[in-house]
Structures are given as structure tokens and as C-alpha cells.
Design a protein around this ligand. Structure first.
Ligand SMILES: [Zn+2]
Length: 84
């Protein structure tokens, strides 16, 4: 079994308008390539700060952002696990 990651799996459709024009949101300071991808519409730039409400996906059709929102408790647990 090969579990390698593939680029085109698991990209959801928009829960609001059901468009397939959904891109991942890139967090952190983007590289030159990150900016180029954003200009091509391949990713959305989410800024340098990721927090508990940061969504994973953005819809290019309606602007909705969604997915993988952590609850505050989940986020604290993750941070606690990482710090200890
Ligand atoms: Zn949408």
C-alpha cells in the first residue's frame, strides 16, 4: 500500500454555492512561488497568523471560506500537546 499524498484528492466543493472552484488557503509568509500561485488563483493567501477559526479552503465563486475549523478546546489541546 502506498499512502503518498496526491494533489487533487480531497478538495471539497463549496458548501454554500456548490462550486468546484475551491482553493486551499496558504498560511504563513508565502514564498515567491506562493505569491505566483496566488496570482494564478491556485491558492488563497490567508496571512501570517493561523488561529482556531482559520479555515482551510476558500471558494473563488462566492468568497466563502470553510473547512477544518477547530473548536477552541481542540486548538488548546493541540497547542498543549505541542508545547509539552
Ligand atoms: Zn462558494
Amino acid at each position: 500500500m502506498n499512502t503518498r499524498h496526491t494533489e487533487d484528492e480531497q478538495i471539497p466543493t463549496c458548501p454554500r454555492c456548490h462550486s468546484a472552484e475551491v482553493t486551499p488557503i496558504l498560511y504563513g509568509l508565502p514564498s515567491g512561488e506562493g505569491f505566483a500561485m496566488a496570482e494564478r488563483g491556485e491558492v488563497m493567501l490567508g496571512g501570517c497568523v493561523i488561529d482556531a477559526s482559520s479555515p482551510k479552503w476558500a471558494c473563488k465563486s462566492c468568497g466563502e471560506s470553510f473547512g477544518q475549523r477547530l473548536t477552541h478546546e481542540m486548538w488548546e489541546a493541540l497547542r498543549g500537546a505541542r508545547d509539552s
